[in-house]
Design a protein around this ligand. Sequence first.
Ligand code: BGO
Length: 266
Amino acid sequence: MAIKIALAGNPNSGKTTLFNALTGANQFVGNWPGVTVEKKEGRLKGNKDVTITDLPGIYSLSPYTLEEVVARNYLLQERPDAILNIVDGTNIERNLYLTTQLMEIGIPVVMAVNMMDIVHKNGDKIDVKRLQSALGCEVVEISALKGTGIDEAAKRAVSIAQRKGETPPVHTFSAGVEGALEQISRQIAGVPEAQKRFYAIKLFERDDKIIRQMKNPPQVESVIKALEEEMDDDAESIITNERYGYITSIIQGCVTKRKHGGLTVS
Ligand code: BGO
């Protein structure tokens, strides 16, 4: 059975190091269709049925950079069977901003927390079990540089991909936002059920690239305006702020940083 896994992560998270370690010499390099952004694909070492697509390094799935648009179009249109999300464990808070968005796209995610050799050396701690349940995805500690944990990360990604299922996101926004998303979602037609949440959030954010990609985009301006007035903020900031709030709560429960000789929660 052919399996497609997308490798996603922030720039400098160690994505290239992991991609090379997982695929070795089995790589093909080209460009993403219509743009001069490099596209790399490779076969997983020891399992030629598994293709790994290296997405451009990105911080978000917003419409503001070519790399982000390429990455999200691939995820929405090609619908790989799983996403292997590599995050920099020394900078986990910033990296989770992308993770929370990947979780909304309706594709199962395995998170590989990279640079664990540095995290350990710094005396910091990441509670993987709590992180898993807070995010609703599998989490594996790795060091792409040293090669530790990478086979386990690949194994879990393949296993979750083989199920060819969906992982419903565990994160919910505030009741007001969820109400608006629900209203928007009900009006969305022509996209797979699993992607409706992602589209609803993007429509709420007035993401014009997504609106243009839809055959019959619903008219949702009145829903957005009503909540903007109620919350006295613009739609995009509402989503961004709630995302950061969620990430902060995750970090507080799962990451302990050793600072100046004492243990503190970051
Ligand atoms: C340089 N542990 C450690 N310690 N370093 C890692 C790990 C890990 O698990 N994984 C990756 N790195 P990319 P993107 C470098 O290149 O894979 C390092 O952008 C240097 N280069 O070796 O390129 C990796 O594809 C000179 O570091 O990331 C690389 O996501 C001095 O993280 C960097 C120090 O990895 C980014 C580091 C000339």
